[in-house]
Each structure stands twice: as C-alpha cells, then as structure tokens.
Design a protein around this ligand. Structure first.
Ligand code: NAP
Length: 281
C-alpha cells in the first residue's frame, strides 16, 4: 500500500458544494481542470457532495488528464456512514468510481462514524483493496476515542493494513485538535487532511490575519494555508471555484513561515489549553 507517496501534493482542491447548482456545473468543472493545470495533485470529494454530482464533475475534469496521467493525482472520496457496512461500502465505492470514470481511488474514507460496526466497514475496505479499487483507507471526523476503537476493529478483523489518514476540521480559527487528536494521530502514524482550512472562507477576510499577511507580502488565505503546512505530514484541501483563488491558494506550498510570524499567529489565534469535543462541519 505504501509504494507511492500518500499524497501527490500538499495543497488539494475541495469540492464540497460543487455540483449543487446545475447552472454552475460547467464553471466548476473548468475550475477543477484549472487546479490540475496549476499543479494540484490532490482532489477531495465524497458521494455525499451534491448527491454524487461533485464526483461526476471531478471525473469530467480529470478527463483526458487521467487517461494517461491518473497515477499523478491523489483522488480522495468518502462513503456515507449509513452505507458503511461491508456490502454497502463496496457498492458505494463502485458507484463513486463509475461517476468519476476512474479505475481506483487513492484514499477512501469513512465520512464520519455511524451505526455500522467499524469491523464491517474495514472488511469492505479490505475487499476493495484486494480488488485494486482503493489504494488506502482512512476516516474522517474521528476523535482520539474513535481512532482507538478503529484500531481495535482493525485488529479484530486481522487487517493487514491500517487507516492512513483522518480528515478533520483544522484551521487557525479551529485549533482544538492540537491538544489531543494531533498527538494521537502522530503516535498512530495517521496523516492529517485538514478540511475547511480557510475556516469555510472566513479567514480570508479576517482583519488581523490580513494585516499580518500583507506585511509578509501574502494574502490571508495563503498565510492560513502555509500555517497548516508547517506540520510536515499535513495536507490542506481548500475549496474554490475561482481561477485566481485556486492559484493563490496553490502558492501557499512555497511559503516558509518564520518563528516570529508563527508566534504572532499564536497571539491572534490561541492554541487550545484543554481537550475539547471535535468540531464537525
Ligand atoms: N470530511 C468532512 O466532513 C468535510 C467537511 C467540510 C469540508 N470538507 C472538505 O474540505 C474542503 C474545504 O472546506 P470548505 O469548502 O468547507 O471550506 P474552505 O476551503 O475553508 O473555504 C472555502 C470558501 O472559501 C472561499 N475561498 C477559497 N479560497 C479563497 C481565497 N483565496 N480568498 C478568499 N476566499 C477564498 C471559497 O469561495 P469560492 O469557491 O467562491 O472561491 C469558499 O467559499 C471541502 O470542499 C471538502 O472537500 C470535508
């Protein structure tokens, strides 16, 4: 499972809310294709997003690129919890692949914890892996307790593979995971996929952040994304359908933040001092 890097780029494109308005579909598809042209090699989607339409847009945008360069892109999708018994997980993945016109997913995640046993979801993931339909499996919106239960479930089914990533809300304005979840993920060797890294867009307009960013010749969005990438194994998946923002966000890849900027950010956005329930959007 580990022959290629876990993620082909550290900035990925989110696709939540794409596909919801048919009049925007063409522009959204062009935006995804533009991200690939700019250099994004990570795309995040889910069967939930616009009831599968977001996945279809991803498939369309990947189009000719994927026909000969599919292996260059890390494609992530997610199974809904109410589909996530063994049979439902397999069927959901097959449907996602049909919509994306792809042979395999790089990461297939349980979108959040539901009522099906983790064992049955893992059995579905293992069958998909055996059939070459997924390269890695992971979870989303899991707190430390859920990760522990997941690891126990992996042991219960004798899984030869382990959860590789946990996709959770992480942004300057939502740092709660730093207290307990992030250390637990580091111990368990589980990579962080930071969703809503721009605080669903709010951080791009934040006055204090904008001021500090301008002093560095950056935008607030770039500073917010570069701050996440200070974690060596983290990736961030901002969503945008605007070409200029897609390019702006991509440039965060290149930014190294000084200790002085990091400490000013710590003053603007306080680190957690105690465990808090995981925030889920
Ligand atoms: N696993 C989960 O449960 C879960 C939950 C939430 C999200 N996600 C994933 O994470 C992705 C990102 O999260 P998100 O969409 O909630 O929030 P986000 O990426 O933090 O913010 C997206 C918003 O910011 C705007 N934006 C993007 N770049 C900008 C820039 N440079 N300057 C100003 N505004 C900018 C976008 O508008 P425009 O599009 O108009 O540019 C959009 O309104 C989702 O698309 C989805 O793939 C996963």
């Amino acid at each position: 499972m580990q022959s290629t890097p876990l993620f082909q780029s550290r900035i990925g494109l989110g696709t939540w809310q794409m596909g919801e308005d048919p009049s925007q579909a063409k522009a959204e598809c062009t935006a995804i294709a533009h991200a690939l042209e700019v250099g994004y090699r990570l795309i995040d989607t889910a069967e939930m997003y616009a009831d599968g339409v977001a996945e279809s847009l991803v498939g369309k945008a990947l189009g000719s690129f994927a026909s000969n360069r599919r292996e260059e892109v890390t494609l992530v999708s997610k199974v809904l919890p109410h589909h996530a018994d063994k049979k439902g997980t397999i069927q959901a993945c097959e449907a996602s692949l049909r919509r994306m016109q792809c042979d395999y997913l790089d990461h297939y995640l349980l979108h959040w914890q539901g009522s099906h046993s983790f064992e049955s979801t893992i059995e579905g993931f293992l069958t998909l892996h055996e059939r070459g339909l997924i390269r890695h499996f992971g979870v989303s919106n899991f707190d430390p307790k859920a990760l522990d239960s997941w690891r126990t479930a992996e042991a219960n089914v004798g899984s030869p593979y382990q959860c590789q990533s946990n996709q959770v809300y992480y942004a300057l304005n939502e740092r709660g995971i730093e207290f307990d979840l992030l250390p637990a993920m580091n111990t368990l060797n589980i990579a962080l996929m930071a969703y809503s890294p721009l605080g669903t867009g709010n951080l791009a307009q934040h006055p204090g952040l904008s001021l500090l960013a301008a002093e560095q010749g950056l935008t607030a969005a770039q500073l917010a994304l570069a701050w996440i990438l200070r974690h060596p194994h983290a990736v961030a998946i901002p969503k945008s359908t605007h070409f200029t923002r897609i390019e702006e966000n991509w440039q965060a890849n290149q930014i190294q933040l000084s200790t002085s900027v990091l400490s000013q950010l710590d003053t603007l956005f306080l680190a957690p001092t105690r465990a808090r329930p995981l925030v889920i959007i």
